[in-house]
Design a protein around this ligand. Sequence first.
Ligand code: NAD
Ligand code: UDP
Length: 324
Amino acid sequence: MSRQKQKRILITGAAGFLGSHLCDRFITEGFFVIGMDNLITGDLRHIEHLFKLPNFEFYQHDVSKFVHVPGKLDYILHFASPASPIDYLRIPIQTLKVGSLGTHNLLGLAKTKGARILVASTSEVYGDPLVSPQSEEYWGNVNPVGPRGVYDEAKRFQEAMTMAYHNFHGLETRIVRIFNTYGPRMRLNDGRALPTFIAQALRGEELTVFGDGSQTRSFCYVSDQVEGIFRLLLSDYTLPMNIGNPDELTIRQIAEEIITLTGNKSGIRYESLPVDDPKQRRPDISKARQILGWQPTISREEGLERTISYFKQLSSDTLKKGDF
Ligand code: NAD
Ligand code: UDP
C-alpha cells in the first residue's frame, strides 16, 4: 500500500490490556499504528512483538500533558486510563486528569489533524444502576464524591467534552461504553475479579469474593470487544454505544466456574464489599446489534479457557509476583 493511502491511527493506552489488542487488530488491518502510553498501569512486553514492524511506532508520553504527533492522522483511539478499581483508587488524581485533560488534549489533536476520534467510556457511567439491563438512554446513579467517583466522573466528563467537540466544532467523534472485558494480557494483580480469581486458583489459594458474591457482572471476551470497537469506529454513529456481553451472572458463580475449570481445591474466602460496588450490571446491546450488526461470539466457557491457558503459560515466578 502507498504511504499516502495507508491510514494512520494513534492509540493511547497502547501498552495496556485493551490498547495492546487494538494495536494488533489495526496492524492486521493494514493501518500505520502509533502507540502512546506512559506505562503507569501498562507494560511494554504486551507490544514488544510490534516494535520490529515498519508500520508501528511508539511514544512514551503522559497524554494529560500536551500531545504532539508528527505527520497526518486519520483516527485516534483514546484508551489511556487506569481501569481497575485498585488502580484508580491508588492514583485518583491521574485518573481524573487522563479522563478530563487527556481527553481534551486528544480532542484538540483530532481537530488539528482532521482525524476521527473514538473515546473509551465505560459501564461505570451508569454507576450503581437502578435499572437492568442498562441501555444508552439510562442516565446513571453515580456517587461523585465516593471512591469510584474519580473514574466515573472523569468518564462522564469525557463523554460531555467529546459531544461538545462534535456539536460545536463538527468533529467526527465516537463513544464506546465498554462493559467488563477480560482475556489475555490482563495484569495478574490488577485487582479485577477475573485475573485475581484465575491467579489465585492457579496458585492454589482461596478465591477472594467480596460481599456475599450476589452482585452481578456480564463478562465480554476481548476479541468480541475489539470487533465491536472496530465496527463502531468505522460506523456513522455518534452517540454513546454499549459494547459488552449480556451474559449476566453473580460473582460467586464465576468464582465457582473458575474453581471447576482449574481444579482448585482451596475454595472461596468472603471479604468485605468495597464502597459503592455496583450491585448489578448487564448491557442492553440492541443498538450495537441493529447499527453495527455486532454481537458477542465467544462463549464464557471458551473465553475463560483461553484466559486460563494464557495465565498458565506464565512462569511460576511471574505468577507469584503478579506484576505482569
Ligand atoms: P489497562 O490499565 O490495562 O490499560 C490502560 C493503559 O493506559 C495502560 O497501559 C496505562 O499505562 C495507560 N495510561 C494510563 N494513564 C495514562 C496517561 N496519562 N498517559 C498515557 N498512558 C496512560 O486498562 P484496560 O482495561 O486496557 O482499559 C483501557 C481503557 O478501556 C480505559 O480507558 C478504560 O477506562 C476502558 N475500559 C476498560 C474496561 C475493561 O473491562 N477492560 C471496561 C470499561 C472501560
Ligand atoms: N471482586 C471480588 N473479588 C476480587 C475482585 C473483585 O469479589 O478479588 C468483585 C468486585 O467487588 C465486583 C466484581 O467482582 O463486585 C467485579 O469487580 P472488577 O474489579 O472486576 O470490576 P468492576 O467492579 O469495575 O465491575
